[in-house]
Design a binder for this molecule. Structure first.
Ligand SMILES: Cc1cc2nc3c(=O)[nH]c(=O)nc-3n(C[C@H](O)[C@H](O)[C@H](O)COP(=O)(O)O)c2cc1C
Length: 340
């Protein structure tokens, strides 16, 4: 049975039918256009842009525009951050006009520079403002609106069910819950069971997130959270194909892991996209963390580089050298394993 024929394998975000139940998380500085293209091509059900500051985006800041870029990605989800309904509505309008098929609102970011401006997870401390933001965005666009949040600000205030209820009443099409509080940042374990409080509070799809690194994790998370789908973040860094694997295995489809060489070509494609998106110099700099992650993933898969070559990969300014080293990393290298 193919994914499309299996009606159980997917969910709806408003009028959009999402095929598959594993979604790539928004990761600032990571889920750039190149990363999202590769993840989607390998079968991620949905991919989400990095958080885009609504005011910067409206004012035309180059970085914000690049983060919201979605050429070649469908459906294209743009995540907006902010705490002013006016900026958020304008940014949403602009994103829709630029091709966004879903607007996601960030109510989960714990960073002080974001919460200090009362955006991100700080909105979970002011549900009236959070609701006004949602209503402003909903009123500004005709595409579906979703919200990503945490369990609450801290364990004394686990108000995700209440925020999700308000979001649903305001017409939000789906919510994602990262199973930690803001005060936990990324410490401790994600509490998948606590997400079930949200699942039971609303009828819209709930996407569960936090600490999912395999299909087995995804299954356990879905059972504990009673959620519709899972979202995978950090485990996909250096492995954009992982989300597609989880989506396929959750659907019970037979899954052929891409070969090392196919992964290498995907990493090269990602690298090329960064160079054309940011321009050569900024692209080379932006790519470095990805190249380090790809080299590590390749090592785990039976490829990898000698330490001196790995260093060259993550420091070179020369795209031809980088391309050659990526391909070298994703070649089977039994001699490296034997030496390890
Ligand atoms: C480097 C990094 C950047 C992130 N950027 C965003 C972001 O832009 N928007 C957002 O909603 N969440 C962001 N998150 C949170 C992730 O989307 C996700 O909720 C969190 O990492 C837990 O999922 P995971 O355990 O699968 O990584 C970020 C997390 C990390 C580690």
């Amino acid at each position: 049975m193919t994914c499309d024929e299996n009606l159980g394998d997917g969910y709806s975000v408003g009028p959009l039918r999402i095929v598959g139940r594993a979604v790539l998380a928004p990761l600032s500085g990571v889920t750039d256009l190149g990363f999202r293209r590769v993840a989607r091509r390998f079968g991620a059900a949905l991919v989400v842009s990095e958080m885009v500051a609504s005011d910067d985006y409206v004012l035309g800041a180059a970085e914000a525009r690049l983060r919201a870029e979605g050429e070649g990605v469908a459906p294209h989800v743009v995540q907006l951050a902010g705490c002013e309904p006016g900026w958020m509505a304008e940014a949403a309008r602009l994103a829709e006009a630029s091709g966004a098929s879903v607007i996601d609102i960030n109510m989960g970011c714990p960073a002080k520079r974001v919460t200090g401006g009362h955006a991100g997870s700080a909105l979970m401390r002011d549900l009236d403002l959070a609701t006004r933001l949602i209503e402003a965005v909903r009123g500004a666009v005709s595409v579906p609106v979703t919200v990503k949040m945490r369990l609450g600000w801290d364990h004394a205030h686990l108000n995700a069910p209440e925020l999700a209820r308000r979001a649903e009443a305001a017409g939000v099409a789906a919510v994602t819950i990262h199973g930690r509080t803001r005060q936990q940042f990324y410490k401790g374990n994600a509490d998948w069971r606590a997400i079930a409080e949200v699942t039971r509070a609303v009828a819209i799809p709930v996407v569960a997130n936090g600490d999912i690194g395999s299909t087995d994790d995804a299954r356990r998370c879905l059972a504990a959270s009673e959620a519709t789908a899972v979202m995978v973040g950090r485990a996909a860094v250096g492995r954009p194909w992982l989300v597609g694997r989880i989506a396929a295995e959750l659907a019970g489809r037979s899954y052929a892991e891409p070969t090392l060489a196919e992964k290498g070509e995907a990493a090269v494609e990602h690298y090329e996209t960064l160079l054309s998106l940011f321009g050569r110099d900024a692209g080379v700099r932006h790519a470095r963390k990805h190249l380090a992650a790809y080299a590590d993933a390749a090592t785990e898969d039976g490829g990898g580089l000698k330490p001196a070559d790995r260093l060259r990969l993550v420091t070179t300014d020369d795209p031809a050298t980088a391309r050659a080293l990526i391909r070298q990393a994703f070649a089977a290298r039994p001699e490296l394993r034997a030496a390890a």
